[in-house]
Write a new protein. Structure first.
Length: 253
């Protein structure tokens, strides 16, 4: 705890102190957010161990991540058409998605937000290596997709038999899709990062997430929606972790 606090002090600036004086409740949320930021491996270990995975299992998952290096290189090559190889994709967080799915072996994962499909490709590759699972995705295609390309264009054909892609606004599609699917093992938000939209998606998906299921959201520092939702559902702040801007926790039993 002392080490984490020192790290937070190091990144604090006078403007942060002024904001803390003006809005102490927001400052407390910011502290909790930054206090729970960890490395990529710490993020994976935290949830894997909650799921009963051993160190050997975690090591084997990391080995399989390395074995797929040519596949990841192809994805990065495809993303290189975008400035800074971004294109509205998760970048640093992608290996974590593979590792979490590889270790937790979910049967059903639902994600909102696809764009070119890098996150979908990592999830589907883990399901392929597990020989188990199905991914449901909802996407309102962004304006920056390459000419002639649709949502998820990066995902190779050999992985698509495990994938159901639904095109449209999650506000119109999410609830009906969840009613059709039933319970899900993992929910990933990566669509519109506004407070109202994130809160709506969180509340809509939550009843369908199984006990012990993994709840993930990208850009959790964009606003207070993630932390407010945790408070609303009595999720202790010690139960979540953040890597870069990907936050997550497991649903209690």
């Amino acid at each position: 705890m002392f080490k984490q606090t020192l790290n937070i002090i190091k990144i604090a600036r006078p403007k942060h102190l002024l904001r803390a004086i003006k809005s102490p409740s927001h400052a407390l949320k910011a502290y909790k957010y930054h206090y729970r930021r960890v490395s990529d491996q710490e993020f994976v270990r935290f949830f894997a161990r909650q799921g009963g995975c051993s160190k050997d299992e975690i090591d084997r998952a990391n080995d399989s991540l390395s074995i797929n290096a040519p596949y990841w290189a192809k994805i990065r090559e495809n993303l290189s058409i975008y400035p800074e190889s971004y294109g509205l994709q998760m970048t640093m967080e992608l290996p974590l998605l593979y590792l979490l799915v590889r270790l937790m072996k979910p049967d059903i994962v639902l994600e909102t937000g696809v764009s070119s499909g890098a996150s979908s490709a990592y999830i589907l590759c883990a399901m392929h290596d597990n020989n188990r699972g199905r991914l449901y995705s909802i996407d309102l295609p962004p304006d920056n997709l390459p000419s002639g390309k649709g949502s998820g264009w990066i995902v190779p054909q050999f992985l698509r038999h495990r994938w159901s892609l639904h095109i449209g606004d999650s506000k119109k599609l999410l609830e009906s899709l969840l009613n059709e699917i039933g319970m899900i093992d993992c929910f990933i938000h990566d669509s519109l990062h506004t407070y109202n939209h994130m809160t709506w998606e969180f509340r809509t998906a939550w009843p369908y997430l199984v006990s012990g299921g993994l709840f993930l959201s990208h850009d959790v520092g964009a606003n207070d929606a993630f932390l407010d939702f945790m408070k609303e559902n009595d999720v202790p702040w010690t139960a979540f972790r953040v890597f870069h801007v990907l936050g997550g926790f497991r649903k209690g039993k």
